[in-house]
Each structure stands twice: as C-alpha cells, then as structure tokens.
Design a protein around this ligand. Sequence first.
Ligand code: UD1
Ligand code: UDP
Length: 377
Amino acid sequence: MTKPAKILIVFGTRPEAIKLFPVIKALEADPRFVSVVCVSAQHRQMLDQVLQIAGIVPDHDLDLMRPDQTLDGLTAALLTELGKVMDAEQPDRVMVQGDTATAMAGALAAYYRKVPVDHVEAGLRSGNIYHPWPEEVNRKIIGAIASLHFAPTGVSEAALLAENVPAARVDVTGNTVIDALHWVTARIAAQPELAAGLAELEARFAGKRIIGVTSHRRENFGGGMEAIAAAIRQIAARPDVAVIFPVHLNPNVRAVMHRALGGLGNVALIEPLDYPHFARLLAIAEIMLTDSGGVQEEAPALGKPVLVMRETTERPEGVTAGTAKLVGTQTATIVTEIFTLLDDKAAYENMARAHNPFGDGHAAQRIVERLGNEIGR
Ligand code: UD1
Ligand code: UDP
C-alpha cells in the first residue's frame, strides 16, 4: 500500500482557523492523507476560541504572539520557527490560507525547502498594496510560490490567470468560510446553548435595532479608528439603535474604542465572541458594519447588509451581488449610509437578500479531491 501523503497545515490567526478547520476535518477523514497541524499562535486567545469549538488539537504550537507585535519581529520569528517544524516533520506538502504573516512566512519557509505549497483562498486582489496592508503583498508572495491555487470564486481565478498562473494549477472551490458557517449553524441548531451567551444583551436591547460592528485593520489604525469610533458614537445616539461590538484584542483597536465609546448606554463593547456566538450576532443584527474580510463573506450568505469600512476590497463579489457596500472610513459617510439603511425601507430591502457568491459549503471537499489528484491517488 502507498504511504499516505503528509500535509503540514500552517496557520496562526482566528480567520485562518475558521477557514481551515473544514479542510483539516476533510483531510483527517481521508486515508490518502496524514495531516499535521502547526499553529504559530500569531493570535493566542482568538485562535484558541476556534480550535476549541472545532475540536482541533495542534501537533505543534509555536506560541509566537507578543503584545502589540511588530510585523518584522513577527515575520522573522515565524520564518525561523516554522522552518524548524518543517525540517522535523519533512512534509510532502504545506498548506496555508489567506494572507496573514503566518501564511506568507509558512509559504516562504516551505519554498526554501522546495516543498510544494497549497494556497487556500488564493487570488484575492485589491490592486492596492497598502489596502489592505500588509495582506495584499502577503498573498502576492504566496501566489508566486504556490503549487495549487484554490480560488474561492471566478473573480479570484481570473486575477490569478491575469498574473500568468497556469489555468491547470487553479481550481475554483468556493470559500471554506461558507463550509465553516454551515457547520457552526448546524451545531447551534443541535445545541442552542452554544450560542446562548448573548441572551442578557439581547434582553437589555429588546426592541432596539441591532448593529453589529467589528474593526481591526492595520491601515485604519490612528485616524481611521478615531473616525470609525466617532461614527459609532453618532449612530448610537439614536434611541432606536443598539450597537454590539466585539472588540478585537489588538491594543491599537481597544484603546481607541474604549476611550471613545466606553460607558455609552446603547453600545456594548464586548470581548471577542467565539464562532457560535458571532454567528448569533450575525443572525440578530439588522446591519453589519465592519472592515473584516471574513464578515464580508459571511454576511451576503445570510442576506445581511454589510457596510465595509474600507477604500477598496479584494472581495468585490458581495458588492456586485448588492449585499455589501464600501463606505470608507470617513465619519460622515458611515453615519449617512447607516441612517439610510435604517430609515429607507427600500434601500434596506435592496441589500438584504441572501446571495452565495462565496460558495456552496463544499469547498473543503473540492480541495481534498484536487489534492488527491495531485498526489496521484
Ligand atoms: C492579523 C492579520 C490580519 C488578519 C487579522 C485577523 C497579519 C499581518 N495580520 O492582524 O491579516 O485580518 O489578524 O484578526 O498577519 N492580540 C491578542 N490576542 C489575540 C490576538 C491578538 O492579544 O488573540 C493582540 C496582540 O497584542 C498582538 C496584536 O493583537 O500583538 C496584533 O496581532 P497580529 O496578529 O499581529 O495582527 P492583527 O492586527 O490581529
Ligand atoms: N469572528 C468571530 N468572533 C468575533 C469577530 C469575528 O468569530 O468576535 C469571526 C467572523 O465570523 C469571521 C472571522 O472571525 O469568520 C473574521 O476574522 P477577522 O475579522 O479577525 O479577520 P479577517 O477576516 O479580516 O482577516
């Protein structure tokens, strides 16, 4: 019998964990593969929240998060430590997801060892290397290295082909975030207590219109974050509105938000939610206001209007479908756009339609099948 192929899966942050656990589960269930999970723990608490709910126990945990870590310090440590794991494990292939420092360093360390790299969520491009920063360049570096490119949509496939990636190396799979969302929705249906922790807030805000907020982008630190906070203050001044804002653990986000919004009656600044509770927030929110990548993908699948606090997006599918709108980070624009959705029923109905531009929930299976072909089994 041929030996199963050893796949080293490398990740480190909350969104990578959410988007990779469906693939890890599919690989684990397939005898053609042995999967080895290495977390950099570029995020600590927010990563552990996902590992716990998904039941993933890493084989290697590099525990690399430092308070307010710099990009160069983090990247240098990642490259060295991930390289050591690759030397010890001697994987047949390395899998990375998306565009974080961990994904980029994981791809580079594998390349230095001439180990093929498989890229999940390949081909996202905003066309601006500073928006999002540094993710746009991270994913271009991974794209230059990757052996297989798992593009979530036709748009991302086209971006790769335009960069002369051979068509035979690109597969349109859908985004694994939709697999994760389906999985968590089924878990909550079977065990509603998994998402019951918001009950107290829901009771406190009964009768109010909920706006869910997340914000963490590095390019928005400083002025952008201040402007976002000022917008939320103005929005929450309306008595019919309540804002639920799980605040990212990055100190550059927390300091601004707690200073500007702490103590406001209509604003709940809460700790990051685990995935079932965030799915609950998506369900009870009338509107999502975010600069997150993943939330831009989840909200359209659920038919939730999502206002995106960015200048550009590498995920134009939600905007094309009409569920997402780019609103930038100017206070006045954010407030106007939110008020329009709150006060103009037709404008709201226009956006609040479920679309599935990011996939059908079977991305992980497609990825594993393609990998099976690649290893000839
Ligand atoms: C990272 C990714 C970004 C991704 C985001 C998802 C890079 C360069 N950036 O950004 O692409 O969209 O994660 O959330 O890879 N912290 C904690 N606990 C945690 C997580 C973070 O305390 O569980 C704090 C630490 O002080 C840490 C800081 O947040 O130093 C920044 O974390 P880092 O992973 O470097 O950057 P993010 O801004 O989270
Ligand atoms: N998310 C979560 N809890 C929260 C906020 C977000 O579980 O309190 C999930 C969300 O559902 C999405 C992912 O985290 O799947 C997005 O992560 P983030 O916004 O940190 O990163 P990005 O997607 O921008 O890289």
